[in-house]
Each structure stands twice: as C-alpha cells, then as structure tokens.
Design a protein around this ligand. Structure first.
Ligand code: CUA
Length: 194
C-alpha cells in the first residue's frame, strides 16, 4: 500500500463523507487564492495602463467633414507639422480613401507630439507601431493623440480600420529626426493658427 494521503479531502472516511469543517476550510483557502489572483490581474492592468500611458482615445471634438478644405484648422496650408510656442509639435492630418494628407511628416525625437487627425470620407484608423498611438478616425470628429518618439527612425502609419478596396495600401510615413535637426526653417516661421 502507498503512503497515507496527506490531503484531508482525499482521505476517505469510513463512510465516505468528508467532514464539513474540512470542506469549509478548503473552500476558504481557494477563495483566498482566487481573490489574490484577481487582485494581481487587476494590478497588472492598472500598472501597465499607467506606465504605458494607455488611454482610450476620447477626444470628442466635432468638425464638418465637407468644409475641411475651405476653412478652419484643416485647410491645406495648415496641414503637416507645426511648432507650438512651448516647443511641442502639432501634426495635422486628413485621412482620405486611401492615403493620409500629407502622406509623410517629419517630426523631432524627444519632443511632445500631438497628432490631430480627421477624416474627409469614411472611418479610418491611425496606428503608430511601437508607440501608444492607436485611434479611430471618424468623419465629423477630430481624433487627437499625443506621443513622444524616443529614437530617430522612419515609422509607418498604417490605416488599421477597413475603409474600402484600397485599405491595404493606405500607409503614411512619420520621419523622426534628431531634435537638433528640427525644425526646418519654413517650419520655424509657421505655427498653428486655430
Ligand atoms: Cu483608411 Cu483603411
């Protein structure tokens, strides 16, 4: 015969019934273990959310998609990167089937960058791989996301919301340059006018 079982519930009583206090004790222990797992999982969600600055894109700002090119902050001459008085950079883009206007933007590294994007036609998406940026671009609203690039590189910004037959080809480009090489002279003189 094998060694006697040490776990009380596995130790059959003469009549095959496990004592009530043993069951209660085992259940309480498992409730404590499950509660601890839940607390750890909630903590992981909160910590990664705070440390990674994750947040739902919740900028509710209405705009008329039919007059984007006529007036307001999304007229042609105001698109692209603009330096704000505090040194941060605002990038304004329009998403259309099937490209971003402008198609590529140059921004500095180690600088607070605000993307303000709206759509001229249907729902698009805006995703910057390796950053915290991922938002929908809904016609009629301005999507606003902030990020900071830590290294110079070329980032693709794919549309990640199915928007029609050319969706797969809708990829813009963010060119991140060292802070010292930005802005170009024409950008220095151009600040956003809202
Ligand atoms: Cu635009 Cu998919």
């Amino acid at each position: 015969m094998a060694e006697p079982l040490s776990n009380p519930p596995d130790r059959p009583l003469p009549d095959g019934i496990i004592p009530e206090e043993v069951v209660a004790h085992t259940e309480k222990r498992w409730i404590a273990i499950m509660s601890a797992i839940l607390v750890v999982m909630m903590a992981v969600i909160v910590v990664t959310g705070v440390m990674g600055a994750l947040h739902p894109p919740s900028n509710v700002e209405a705009i008329d998609p039919q007059t984007l090119h006529l007036k307001g902050e999304f007229v042609d001459s105001n698109l692209g990167a603009a330096v704000e008085p505090d040194g941060s950079v605002t990038v304004r883009l329009i998403a259309v089937q099937f490209d971003f206007v402008p198609h590529s933007v140059t921004v500095p590294a180690d600088t607070s960058i605000t993307f303000r994007i709206t759509s001229a036609d249907v729902i698009h998406g805006f995703l910057l791989p390796d950053t915290n940026v991922n938002t929908m671009i809904v016609p009629g609203f301005v999507a606003e996301v902030r990020t900071r690039f830590t290294r110079s590189d070329k980032y693709e910004m794919p549309c990640n919301e199915y928007c029609g037959l050319g969706h797969h080809a809708m990829v813009g480009l963010v060119n991140v340059v060292p802070k010292g090489r930005f802005p170009a002279q024409d950008l220095l003189e151009r600040t956003s006018n809202e």
